[in-house]
Design a protein around this ligand. Structure first.
Ligand code: 13P
Ligand code: SF4
Length: 301
């Protein structure tokens, strides 16, 4: 019998998370794919996550429920220009955020996720090397600011996190009487991150909420995609958890690509009757791209 495993990212809708065998952040999904002995992995997330799972576990058939589930960090990056940029820094180590295509990873020395990026970059610098960082300009700007690095940055953004806005956040913070906290994903713009009490990957933000032991009346504003607020509110129904505002003041920031993982699309993929199978990557790209992925997995395991 065919063994099918469904992995879901925290940004998928609650009903899809409930259909999954495992739910996690990008690093979790890569590690789940590595340890899985399934014949078929349904990846309820976005395409770069499914491509990564396929490269980590090439024996499994990996299916993404909707072929439109891309990511702006991927679509904003022209691979020919990226190659030229990379070649203009021949002595630098190229660190690529996992939110990138397989072709992009094939031009990198390391991949990182939002959970291990701080540690991996510190590790590379500790070896006396210079680094270029792609594709997330916001995350790179944050790392340069936070640690005093001077990494040349590729210029793409997450179209979702880039909408969080310091002015709207300041206005809301001024309106809230009493204690308040801001926790944020590092794909957010630097001025928002500078206002934040804690910065981390989706699973780290969730852990922060789970472990929060302060005043239960405090308002916790979360600068990341709204899907994970379901997990946060489930874990801590006693807390006042709200999404941070976008530039219009609206607390309504969702990833259109993650939301393509509907219940129907996930069901069809589980029955191998729909979605996109990741069977189009060339041997050459897979062999090259797995090198930076494996470096990251060995570091983070
Ligand atoms: P995490 O690795 O923190 O889950 O981030 C994935 C992502 O796409 C954020 O927008
Ligand atoms: Fe990409 Fe942003 Fe969506 Fe994450 S939230 S998948 S970075 S577009």
């Amino acid at each position: 019998m065919t063994k099918v495993v469904t992995l879901a990212h925290y940004y998928t809708i609650p009903e899809v998370q409930q259909m999954a065998d495992r739910v996690g952040d990008s690093l979790d999904l890569a590690l789940f794919a590595k340890e899985s002995n399934a014949d078929v992995i349904v990846l309820a997330g976005v395409k770069f996550m499914a491509e990564t799972a396929k490269m980590i576990n090439p024996k499994a058939r990996v299916i993404i429920p909707d072929l439109g589930s891309t990511c702006s960090l991927v679509t904003m990056t022209d691979i020919v220009k990226l190659k030229q940029w990379r070649e203009s820094y021949p002595d630098h180590v190229h660190v690529a955020y996992i939110n990138s295509s397989a072709e992009h990873k094939a031009l990198a020395d390391w991949t990182v996720t939002s959970r291990n990026v701080d540690d991996i970059i510190a590790h590379i610098y500790s070896q006396g090397k210079q680094i270029i960082y792609s594709p997330d300009r916001n995350m790179g700007a944050y790392l340069n600011f936070q640690y005093g690095y001077n990494m040349p940055l590729w210029s793409a953004v997450c179209e979702v996190h880039d909408k969080f806005n310091k002015q709207a956040l300041d206005e809301l913070l001024n309106e809230i009487v009493g204690e308040k906290y801001v926790i944020a994903h590092p794909e957010s713009p630097l001025p928002v991150l500078q206002q934040s009490d804690y910065i981390g990957s989706t699973s780290q933000l969730l852990s922060w909420v789970k472990n929060y032991s302060g005043n239960p009346e405090a308002v916790i504003l979360v600068a990341t995609e709204e899907g994970i607020l379901y997990n946060m509110r489930n874990a801590r129904p006693d807390l006042q958890i709200q999404q941070a505002p976008i530039y219009t003041g609206c607390k309504c920031n969702t990833c259109p690509y993650m939301k393509l993982n509907t219940v129907e699309a996930v069901k069809a993929a589980q029955n191998q009757g729909g979605g996109l199978e990741i069977d189009y990557l060339s041997e050459e790209v897979m062999e090259r791209a797995i090198i930076p992925i494996n470096r990251m997995l060995s570091f983070s395991a």
